[in-house]
Design a protein around this ligand. Structure first.
Ligand code: SF4
Length: 334
């Protein structure tokens, strides 16, 4: 029986420590990272230099491709949208922008016609879990290997992760002859300092983004980042906010409603206040269309302005982090 150890790497502290733990175990392993297209250059640098600093294996990149799905969406829109009552100008706008850009995050949003959110966090599976599965795990399982997938998850991070097992058999892929297990070597490590110390034993300093005060580096920014992190991104890396502004413009063109925002609009405190005013004025609570006239005024730029205020608290998270998602189970986003 052939055993293949696969370490998932994201450029964050936990996956880096996991990679170093695999080196310390003295086993042969492959390291793989998923390119979301929404990463800071420092994260690409951290991943691409890991093998040079440690003497471990070079990290292999995988990348989701939505070319076929965008083509399918185009065909669907051409055939159905006008018949479903979507105005002709919106159909024309959507068809004009629905072309693959080669950036996985943007192409995923174009295909879906929206950005991901906490309740519809399709980004982790589509951009990270599935490309690694299709590009690396499935071929090994199809060849009859036993695959041990190393995941950098710590119980101390959340209530959901607290209940995870160090070693877990994954029953997916019953159609393939190999067996898949997840191994979580950091599960019982409590402190972040201890995690950084593992990397330092191998000459790896933390991703510099942590030095700027950011706590999540898995995407830049993540749709789930905290209020103070968003303010930091704008202060030190305003070009990333400009990029998201442009993405909001393009994805909105591909959206049937005509608007889509990077952060879920329901988390926008100003939108919530206006919605409450709408209800107080006797507006129809069942009519989501009632808020559509507001939508064009919301988006990443307005959320950044709010992030710089004291309203909502400095640490107010743009979502409730402790939810059961593939992100929590696989530690794909940190
Ligand atoms: S880091 Fe955040 S935005 Fe990126 S894939 Fe994970 S959940 Fe989605």
């Amino acid at each position: 029986m052939t055993i293949s150890h696969i370490v998932s790497v994201s450029g964050g502290k936990d996956s880096t420590a996991t990679y170093c733990k695999a080196i310390e175990r003295g086993i042969a392993f492959r390291a793989v990272a998923a390119d979301t297209g929404n990463e800071h250059p420092a994260t690409y640098e951290a991943v691409n230099t890991l093998h040079i600093k440690t003497g471990g294996p070079k990290v292999e990149w995988v990348k989701a491709d939505f070319t076929d799905r965008i083509a399918g969406k185009r065909a669907f829109i051409e055939k159905n949208w006008e018949a479903h009552g979507v105005p002709a100008d919106l159909v024309e706008r959507a068809l004009a922008v629905l072309h693959p850009t080669g950036n996985p995050f943007l192409d995923l949003c174009l295909w879906k016609g929206r950005f991901p959110s906490r309740r519809a966090q399709f980004c982790t599976a589509a951009l990270k879990v599935e490309p690694i599965d299709e590009g690396v795990t499935r071929p090994l399982l199809a060849a009859g290997c036993t695959v041990i997938s190393w995941q950098g998850v710590r119980a101390a991070e959340s209530d959901v992760r607290k209940h995870l097992a160090p070693l877990q058999r994954i029953e997916a892929h019953a159609d393939l002859s190999g067996r898949l297990y997840v191994w979580r070597p950091l599960l019982r490590i409590e402190s972040v300092d201890e995690v950084f110390a593992i990397g330092r034993r191998h000459g790896v300093e933390p991703n510099p983004l942590y030095g700027w005060g950011l706590r999540r580096v898995g995407c830049f920014p993540c749709i789930n980042c905290a209020k103070d992190e968003l303010a930091l991104v704008d202060t030190y890396f305003p070009e990333q906010i400009e990029r998201l502004e442009e993405w909001e413009r393009v994805v909105s063109e591909a959206c049937k409603r005509g608007h889509s925002t990077f952060f879920n609009i329901v988390n926008d405190p100003v939108m919530q206040a206006e919605w409450n005013a709408h209800l107080a004025a006797g507006g129809d609570p069942a009519s989501t269309h009632a808020i559509h006239p507001f939508l064009s005024r919301f988006g990443i730029r307005r959320m950044v302005e709010w992030a710089k205020t004291d309203r909502g608290g400095r640490q107010y998270s743009l979502f409730a982090r402790d939810v059961s998602t593939v992100c929590n189970q696989w530690g794909a986003c940190e």
